[in-house]
Design a protein around this ligand. Sequence first.
Ligand code: FES
Length: 111
Amino acid sequence: MTLVRFVSADGNHIQEVRGAPGVRLLDVAQNAGQPLEGTCEGQMACSTCHVIVDAEDFARLPQASEEEEDMLDLAAHVTRHSRLACQIWLDETLETLTVRIPSGFHNMQGR
Ligand code: FES
């Protein structure tokens, strides 16, 4: 099980949850009640599942596909460590994963 830390946009709140191998980060976030939309359910057509990954954890993730990079271009508040949560699957090599949920228009749930 991977320990996933969700950090709020302002950095003031951290929620820790555990996710099983093979589960998408987007699903872990949504099950935990995090304000991550994921409108297209992983069809790479929205970029509303954008998260900013901790620098060390980012280096341990498989590289983003070209398609994912293209979708990230449409997201707000993109950084060098941005990824799409629908394209990250937890596995046993990821002991911990810390991600920040960016604030912005994608947050339609108002949290
Ligand atoms: S859920 Fe739409 S691109 Fe990830």
